[in-house]
Design a protein around this ligand. Structure first.
Ligand SMILES: *Cc1c(COP(=O)(O)O)cnc(C)c1O
Length: 376
């Protein structure tokens, strides 16, 4: 036949996630660790890689990694689920707790995957916008939870792309006022050091997400994990893809998790570079910088899309343009890179903004002289 039967009607409203596979000398668009694994770990990993039986399916639940993560968090393996990146686990949560006739509370502007996965799974999305400083509107959230009809709440903490940390008191109030599953997405935990882990024993509806993609330099291998009540994990194992975390990723994540103290110095360094980034951006006229508890910084600048484009085309610096996202007009997000990368980004910004300033003055001067000419 020369025709194609259409897919589900709902797909008409969706557009593919734009992974923006743009290359630049300085890549500061995806909140990755700017450095690859340390050399000693790369060497160990290639030794381990040579001994993997690639012809065999992987352990579906990544047993060894699961045990290590459970032990480090004072939990049982049944409280841990490893996924193909945190993204897969977010999808699993919506497959199990969302779906047609069920409701997600989303707190935009926030991580886009919550809303996208909700739409894909036919989950109704209740959007409660954040306040002007990007804090959660706690009153609106607690009020909306009262009728008891919400199935799942997703809270990125710190929030991406704003860098905002939620108050622990508010998160506890949320947990106390709903039986909905509450995902606290701690993808940037290694930078913020804030966690809801101590509240797990009192709240069976609390789910915590972590990832190997940010602080631990493994974005390319796709590994993340959930900490949750064993009943929650059991339900998720019904919907998950059994072999989603491949053998190589399991081995690499085990190695990195075991050796995680090796990353401490690099994380502290990134936090210092974040301060340098905030400091440098704040010194620029017409830039508003938002405080961040993660390895990226959101800022506001007039004509943000033009600045984004000039950074890429004239300085080969790639950052993320959020200026078309609701609530983020004229906002750009830059990830914390190496000292040199932060320097190149700041120099680029300075050049772009001073040139614009100069041409503004030129514009004013030109208008003034035309007025003068007109007056003659
Ligand atoms: C990066 C990120 C994740 C997960 O990323 P993975 O690479 O899929 O592990 C989850 N939540 C937030 C808020 C993130 O920024």
């Amino acid at each position: 036949m020369d025709r194609l039967r259409p897919p589900r009607k709902e797909l008409e409203a969706l557009t593919p996630y734009d992974a923006k596979d743009v290359r630049a000398d300085v890549m500061l668009a995806s909140n990755e660790n700017p450095l690859n694994l340390p050399g000693e770990l790369l060497e160990k990993l290639s030794e381990l890689a040579a001994r993997i039986p690639y012809n065999r399916y992987p352990d579906p639940l990544a047993g060894k990694l699961r045990e290590m993560i459970a032990e480090a968090n004072g939990l049982e393996p049944g409280n841990v689920l490893v996924g193909n990146g945190g993204d897969e686990l977010i999808f699993d949560l919506l497959l199990a707790w969302g779906g047609p006739g069920r409701k997600l509370i989303d707190l935009p502007p926030t991580f886009a995957m919550y809303g996208i996965d909700a739409e894909v799974t036919g989950t109704e999305v209740i959007r409660l916008p954040r306040l002007a400083d990007f804090c959660i509107d706690g009153d609106a959230l607690l009020e909306r939870l009262k009728p008891g009809d919400v199935d799942i709440v997703m809270i990125a903490n710190p929030n991406n792309p704003t860098g905002t940390l939620a108050s622990e008191t508010l998160l506890i109030d949320v947990l106390n006022s709903t039986d909905a599953l509450v995902l606290v997405d701690e993808a940037y935990f290694e930078f913020s050091r804030h966690t809801m882990r101590p509240h797990m024993s009192r709240h069976p509806n609390l789910v915590i997400l972590r990832t190997f993609s940010k602080a631990f330099s493994l974005a390319g291998l796709r590994a993340g994990y959930l900490l949750a009540h064993e009943d929650v994990i059991r339900e998720l194992t019904k919907v998950r893809q059994p072999y989603s975390v491949n053998r190589f990723s399991q081995v690499a994540a085990q190695l990195v998790f075991r050796e995680r103290p090796v990353f401490e110095a690099g994380i502290s360094q990134l936090l210092r570079q974040r301060d340098m980034l905030v400091h440098g951006l704040s010194a620029l006229d017409e830039v508003t910088v938002y405080p961040s508890e993660a390895n990226f910084v959101l800022f506001k600048v007039a004509h943000a899309s033009a600045v984004w484009r000039d950074l890429l085309h004239e300085h080969s610096v790639l950052i993320r343009d959020f200026s078309r996202a609701p609530g983020l007009e004229d906002c750009l997000r830059v990830s914390v890179g190496t000292e040199e990368e932060v320097g190149r980004f700041l120099a680029g910004m300075d050049e772009i903004l001073s040139r614009r300033h100069a041409s503004d003055h030129f514009g004013v001067a030109a208008t003034a002289s035309r007025h003068l000419e007109g007056g003659k």
